[in-house]
Design a protein around this ligand. Structure first.
Ligand code: TXA
Ligand code: MG
Length: 339
């Protein structure tokens, strides 16, 4: 199929994107977290096409994006107290909340679950397109299933050219990792995916927050999880990645001792010049926000480098670092060395 490439800065671009969506088509759109592959959330056929375009397993539900609180009432059947408080504080922004779904949300969108994931993005282009379309947009990350999430227009073109009706350029995603997902559909709030809104911040608002064990650990074969996305080996790079938990000095020493052809270091900015192997950096050791912003681009660069073996320096697991760690440990297939 022909893919219409748009730039949000051009006049009429968001109108053109909204028009495609109104006609049941798919458009990759920028959000502050990562780019999303959007379709009318109420149109079962359009949502089915998202699964086809991405090669996404049908049992992995989509996130529904809204641009005002009225739309929230259309997609959920009730709004728990905790959700109201979190919405007040973190919406619009990189937080997704799971609630009981309304009848208007088709089963394909929620992958037959009685719940729906909802997010109110802060990115002005995303909001403008939702407003112009006039309906909520179902949008998973706009990558091919199994590739790192796209944080730029170029990433989307690389993965989806010829597979979707449109891709709109809205610049690089500033957060860089997908939204925090919290379930408010059960008795207690459960963190399903860490993101830019941190566990510490959620605890401050809600008190106790359980953490799904899929956040940090490998699932058992056939294990049932609250968030189906967690069971797939996401973000799988071509190279074999090992995550190294160590101080900067010990990491540098270890990698230099294991230097040979095909070995790469996925390291912090401050470490690159001390390493004797090829390096790809993903931000300063001292900024978890920078690490989040750059991690997916760094993983794509590694994929294109022809690296065979990658030693990735583990981020800290506090604050936004937990989100970066969660993505990296999956890229490493849970292969961790602690020094
Ligand atoms: O930042 C983001 O969240 C981006 C942008 C585009 O908004 N979207 C995104 O979507 O990351 P996706 O599909 O790549 O990840 C959605 C995750 C999956 O792990 C899925 O299993 C989970 O959300 N999810 C969706 N609906 C759910 C539900 N009803 N219950 C539990 N998990 C759900
Ligand atoms: Mg995804």
């Amino acid at each position: 199929m022909e893919t219409l490439l748009l730039n949000a800065k051009d006049k009429g671009a968001t109108d053109a994107a909204a028009k495609i969506l109104k006609n049941g088509g798919l458009v990759a759109i920028p959000t502050e977290t990562v780019y999303g592959l959007a379709a009318n959330a109420f149109d079962a056929k359009a949502c089915e096409n998202i699964f086809i375009a991405k090669g996404r397993p049908g049992d992995n539900p989509l996130i529904v994006h809204i641009s005002d609180m009225e739309m929230l009432n259309e997609v959920v059947s009730e709004i728990p107290e905790g959700a109201k408080i979190l919405a007040e504080k973190y919406w619009p922004g990189p937080l997704t909340m799971i609630m009981k779904k309304s009848e208007k949300v088709p089963d394909v969108t929620s992958a037959n679950l009685p719940t729906v994931a909802v997010r109110f993005p802060s990115h002005p282009v995303a909001r403008e397109i939702i407003e112009k379309a006039g309906f909520p947009l179902a949008a998973p990350s706009a990558n091919l299933s199994g590739s790192p999430s796209p944080t730029s227009f170029e990433h989307c073109v690389h993965d989806l050219m010829g597979r979707v009706e449109g891709i709109i350029d809205g610049g690089a995603s500033s957060v860089g990792v997908e939204s925090t997902i919290i379930s408010l559909a059960g008795e207690k709030p459960v963190l399903l995916r860490p993101g830019y809104v941190t566990l510490e911040q959620l605890q401050e608002v809600l008190g106790e927050v359980m953490v799904s064990h899929a956040v940090l650990e490998k699932l058992e074969e056939g294990e049932k999880v609250l968030s189906p996305g967690m069971k797939y080996k996401h973000y799988a790079p071509k190279a074999q990645v090992t995550l190294i938990k160590a101080s900067s000095d010990d990491y540098v020493k270890y990698v230099n001792e294991h230097a040979k052809d095909g070995v790469y270091a996925l390291c912090f900015d401050e470490e690159a010049e001390k390493l004797s192997v090829s390096t790809v950096t993903y931000g300063s050791e001292f900024s978890d926000e920078q690490q989040a912003e750059h991690i997916f681009d760094a993983l794509r660069i590694i994929d294109e480098s022809g690296a065979e073996k990658v030693f990735a320096h583990s981020p800290k697991v506090t604050g936004v670092g937990l989100a970066v760690y969660n993505r990296l440990i999956r890229a490493a297939g849970f292969d961790v060395i602690e020094l």
